[in-house]
Design a protein around this ligand. Structure first.
Ligand code: UTP
Ligand code: MN
Length: 498
């Protein structure tokens, strides 16, 4: 297609609107970036309005980039304006507000960006019959078909959704909990900020309740439901109790119902019996409730790698979980240990933990022997836990072993910290499935399994992929093989942060 020269770009580059005006205006509204369309407005009026807005604390961009949130035009002829916009910035359009000058004048009057209302919008005209409809980038209902990096443009909404989801989880309302997690996951994949509810109309997984919360956040900058929860005693207590290693919502509920509200209440109540996991959870609470850094994870991988090699020279240790998806911080370190000799993986981990014990760095160990049996597959009901040999550990990590030092509290001079580490040891021929499962994110895994079942008639879990029609297992030695079996485009781990 022939592209008409895009004047505003070309011209703006050579003669910026405010080339002669030094910018000393204080920015008051960081989240809002305006772009004023010169067509119909004219250059001198555009200059004037630009300076007016900047003097009131608005950011006004000279160039229509992906960062712009509000496009303001005096050309209310929707069809010509939209045609022009699509030529300039086709990528950003779904997320941007295209507004009539009335929104701008209202905002200048109020001295702040006023809420976008329908009367302000210059709506995109519907395609007339016969003319090709514009390609709409549809967002899949499955997270495994949405590339989701760690760059979240809609954190304001996803943070609010996470609080609500968590509260539903505390109250055993799994359906509602999942609804908010799925909605958050969809918003996380968007390369643009949601500025008005209209922009979400083509998105999947956003229900009535989620939209109400978004509307409130858009209009008032806050959600009263979320704020109420954050100061709610039950929510706060559950949040506190479940932050302890070994304490889930059920235990939190039991303690809450007994009238316990603080760690002190629990630790001084003689009728409370803590299991071994919870005892360690309290003992190392300060350390293991603090995030683990990437450098600490890398160091722990090497420590485990050395311990493994002392016993099985051909074995390998891979970092998985959130760090594998590019996260800088995580709540634990997830490692997969493999050995090429089939069968040996079943007995490997106890030797490894023995070695760690000898080194004096094993602070806690919960070993779960393998219950994996290929003859019991496929699993028709997905279980959260897989059957591979694994252990949940707390290890002592010396600061001297971490590049750049430990991620620890200010004034902490111990020179070491405790870190939660999970080791899993699948048979070599199950490695790709285990890796895919442990790399996460949880939402990505959930949708991958759902996609396999609903769209392909296959059963996927951490052990295997089973084709129900062909009645056979599909083999894989890499993650790419599994995506290919499922007929899905491959996604790198850093694109799986759904
Ligand atoms: P995590 O809970 O460690 O999550 O589980 P994460 O993504 O690494 O996040 P942070 O940074 O630690 O908080 C990692 C993955 O391992 C899977 C989970 O489903 C998740 O996708 N997993 C965990 C299993 O498949 N089986 C298990 O027994 C435990
Ligand atoms: Mn993890």
């Amino acid at each position: 297609m022939f592209h008409t020269p895009i004047l505003p770009f070309a011209r703006k580059r050579s003669i910026p609107v405010d080339a002669s005006v030094p910018r000393h205006d204080v920015v008051k509204f960081m989240d809002v970036r305006l772009y004023l369309v010169e067509r119909k407005m004219g250059r001198s009026r555009r200059n004037f309005l630009t300076q007016l807005a900047r003097s009131k604390g608005f950011i006004v961009d000279d160039i229509l980039s992906d960062d712009v949130t509000h496009v303001v035009s005096e050309d209310s002829q929707a069809s010509s304006l939209w045609k022009w916009l699509k030529e300039c910035a086709p990528k950003n359009l779904p997320g941007v507000n295209v507004l009539d000058i009335s929104w701008f004048t209202d905002s200048m009057k109020e001295g702040r960006p006023v809420a976008v209302e329908t009367k302000h919008l210059i709506q995109e005209p519907l395609p007339t019959e016969g003319s090709p409809s514009p390609p709409v980038a549809t967002v899949s209902q499955y997270a495994c078909q949405r590339r989701t990096t760690l760059e979240n443009h809609n954190q304001k909404f996803t943070d609010a959704f996470e609080v609500l989801a968590e509260n539903y989880e505390f109250n055993n309302m799994d359906g509602q909990c999942l609804a908010f997690r799925r909605a958050a996951s969809v918003l996380k994949c968007l390369p643009w900020v949601v500025w008005c509810l209209g922009a979400t109309q083509d998105l999947p997984c956003l229900g009535q309740h989620t939209k109400e919360v978004m509307e409130e956040l858009l209009q008032c900058g806050r959600s009263f439901e979320v704020e109420e929860l954050l100061s709610d005693e039950r929510y706060q207590t559950f949040k506190l109790f479940t932050s302890v290693f070994g304490v889930g919502p059920k235990t939190a509920e039991k303690w809450f119902c007994r009238g316990l509200r603080s760690f002190n209440d629990i630790l001084t109540d003689p009728s409370i019996h803590l299991n071994r996991m919870q005892q360690s959870g309290f003992l190392h609470y300060g350390d293991i409730s603090r995030a683990v850094s990437k450098a600490e994870a890398v160091s722990l991988r090497s420590i485990i790698d050395e311990a493994v090699h002392a016993i099985a020279p051909a074995a390998a240790v891979a970092l998985t979980g959130g760090f594998c998806r590019g996260k800088e911080f995580g709540h634990d370190v997830d490692l997969i240990v493999t050995t090429p000799e089939l069968g040996m993986e079943e007995s490997l981990l106890p030797y490894v933990t023995d070695e760690l014990k000898k080194q004096g760095i094993l602070l806690y160990c919960d070993y779960q022997a393998s219950t994996f049996d290929m003859r019991k597959l496929p699993n028709h009901h997905f279980e959260a836990m897989d059957h591979f040999s694994k252990c949940f550990l707390i290890l002592r990590l010396e600061g001297s072993q971490v590049e750049g030092g430990l991620h620890c509290a200010e004034g902490d001079s111990r020179g070491w910290r405790a870190v939660r580490v999970d080791l899993v040891s699948p048979p070599m021929d199950r490695y790709a499935f285990a890796l895919l499962g442990w790399t996460g994110s949880r939402q990505f895994e959930r949708d991958l399994r759902k996609f396999a079942r609903k769209e392909r008639g296959m059963l996927l879990d951490n052990h295997a992929l089973y084709d129900k029609k062909k009645k056979q297992f599909l083999e894989a030695s890499t993650e790419k093989d599994i995506f290919a079996h499922l007929g899905l485009e491959y996604m790198e781990p850093w694109q799986r942060n759904a």
